[in-house]
Design a protein around this ligand. Structure first.
Ligand SMILES: C[S@@+](CC[C@H](N)C(=O)[O-])C[C@H]1O[C@@H](n2cnc3c(N)ncnc32)[C@H](O)[C@@H]1O
Length: 229
């Protein structure tokens, strides 16, 4: 497939159509690497930064927001898919605030407060939409606040393709479910991720590669950058 067949709009369209199945996947803990490694890795990394307020970007059905609010953290979750936000609200408890909002609509004026930390757990999928999140980060964060990203590890997810940024067709392979369509995603190299932090005024403070003990390979890449005045 060529680049022109993919777009940020197609990403959201696909997540919209697969929202119900995605909730079932999370409930069944049907992605082994999440259960085994990456859920714990993101929670540990966030807690290590001791935030009192978190903006969960692309929160899905809200599992991470719930986990963080159980630690006493005030959490705001946004997602572009209304059905997922409905589900997050239905399951939500105190200290949780959910809004249907695409990254393209992300506006610091939309919130009454700023955040100690913005968390993006496997949710920066598009090209332009990811740039918008980075562009707004310093306006959304308190001084010394962090933008934290967990993503597929580029060296593993690159597979047989050339190691360069670009749109890739999505796949639900290995995840059981009645998915309607695949969600395309924009591949970025490690240096491209690092560059996003630098060019948007965030000082890279963390780079983690949690290892999958079964394969001995990295299960993900976790990066954090700090907004330093
Ligand atoms: C792989 S899911 C991850 C959900 C959640 N962070 C988790 O850990 O389970 C990706 C999420 O990003 C959201 N998303 C992707 N692109 C988006 C955009 N441009 N605006 C808003 N939400 C977006 C999708 O709707 C989906 O809920």
């Amino acid at each position: 497939m060529k680049d022109c067949e993919f777009s940020d709009n197609k990403v959201l369209h696909s997540w919209h159509n697969n929202a119900e199945e995605w909730v079932k996947v999370i409930d069944r803990e049907a992605i082994p690497s999440r259960k085994l490694i990456t859920d714990q890795a993101i929670v540990e990394t966030i807690l290590a930064h001791s935030p009192t307020s978190v903006l969960d970007i692309g929160c899905g059905e809200g599992w991470l927001s719930r986990r963080l609010s159980a630690e006493g953290i005030e959490v705001w979750g946004i997602d572009g898919v209304a059905d997922l936000i409905c589900e997050a609200r239905r399951r939500g408890q105190e200290r949780q605030h959910f809004h249907t909002l695409s990254y393209e609509e992300l506006d610091p004026q939309a919130f009454e407060n700023k955040f100690d930390l913005m968390a993006c757990n496997f949710s920066l999928i598009g090209e332009r939409s990811t740039n918008v999140v980075f562009k707004n980060a310093c306006s959304l964060l308190n001084p010394q606040g962090y933008l934290l990203v967990q993503t597929l590890h580029p060296l593993i997810s690159c597979e047989a393709e050339n190691y360069q940024d670009g749109w890739r067709p999505g796949s639900w392979e290995g995840i059981e479910g009645n998915f309607q369509e695949t969600a395309p995603w924009y591949f970025r190299t490690v240096s491209s991720w690092v560059h996003l932090f630098i060019e948007h005024g965030l000082e890279l403070t963390t780079l983690r590669e949690p290892i999958n003990p079964t394969s001995g390979k990295p299960a993900s890449l976790i990066l954090a950058g700090q907004f330093r005045l």
